[in-house]
Design a protein. Structure first.
Length: 264
């Protein structure tokens, strides 16, 4: 019952976020919701292609980590972290808990070292939910003390992950949109605005579906709704009105085509 109830709540939560036309990935809202659902502290962890990395806690802890602890992580403890070893070795992007990583994948003493470093703040058990794994990575990591996360908690994380991927892809599509604050979005949802922006980038329905992680049929459903809301019947007019309203940024190549069609 816990699993089903919380999954239904997450479906509704993500639906609301997908309808929001703001272009940023709603990391903080997701982070706090995960912390509430799992009754833990949740960190947002990142690593960039140049090797730089960091994290932000849902509930900050003053003075942690100390400079000495950070030095230990930088000196090799982080690379030996059981969860990182799991993801690097298996290339399996699904959520995983530290306690479920097989011993043969972990360097001798690594598990003990990580737990020793995490024990003072009660983070000896960790559940990682990768959100983006190309050109660096982004992940939510829930942490707690005592026993490993339950099977239901891991299963919920694996059900939530595809929902987070939809939000990530939508945010990426909306990056080129102007800031919608103070702009009349004519009632377009975040999903419809993302489709409109990708239209302005010259993508086909199939390509838009691939970019957003949805089917071409779903793209056409979004197109029908945004055409109706904009009062148009084709993509050219939708792009022209979207740009004039300050909703989207038009690709130069697409602009030439729309200008030619509009002015002969």
């Amino acid at each position: 019952m816990w699993l089903l109830r919380n999954y239904e709540l997450w479906l509704e939560f993500v639906r609301e976020l997908l309808n929001d036309p703001r272009p940023d990935f709603p990391r903080e809202r997701i982070q706090l919701r995960l912390a509430e659902t799992l009754d833990t502290i949740v960190s947002w962890n990142w690593e960039d292609p140049d090797g730089s990395y960091g994290f932000e806690l849902s509930h900050p802890i003053d003075g942690w980590p100390t400079p000495e602890e950070r030095l230990i992580w930088d000196s090799g403890a982080r690379d030996a972290h059981p969860l990182l070893r799991w993801f690097y070795t298996t290339q399996d992007p699904r959520p995983m808990t530290m306690g479920r990583v097989p011993e043969y994948m972990v360097e001798p003493g690594a598990m003990e070292l990580v737990r020793e470093l995490m024990a003072p703040v009660g983070f000896v058990q960790q559940l990682s939910i990768p959100c983006h794994v190309e050109n660096g990575h982004r992940a939510f990591v829930a942490a707690k003390d005592d026993d490993d996360f339950s099977d239901d908690a891991l299963q919920l994380a694996r059900l939530i992950q595809p929902l987070l991927a939809l939000l990530w892809l939508q945010a990426a599509a909306l990056e080129r949109c102007p800031d919608p604050v103070g702009v009349d979005t004519t009632g377009l949802s975040g999903r419809e605005l993302a489709v409109l922006q990708l239209l302005a980038d010259g993508l086909t329905a199939e390509a838009i579906g691939h970019r957003l992680g949805i089917s071409p049929r779903t793209v056409h459903s979004h197109l029908a709704r945004l055409y109706r809301k904009l009062g148009v019947s084709d993509r050219m007019r939708a792009v022209l009105i979207g740009e004039a309203a300050g909703l989207i940024t038009v690709d130069p190549g697409v602009r030439r085509l729309t200008d030619r069609a509009a002015f002969g």
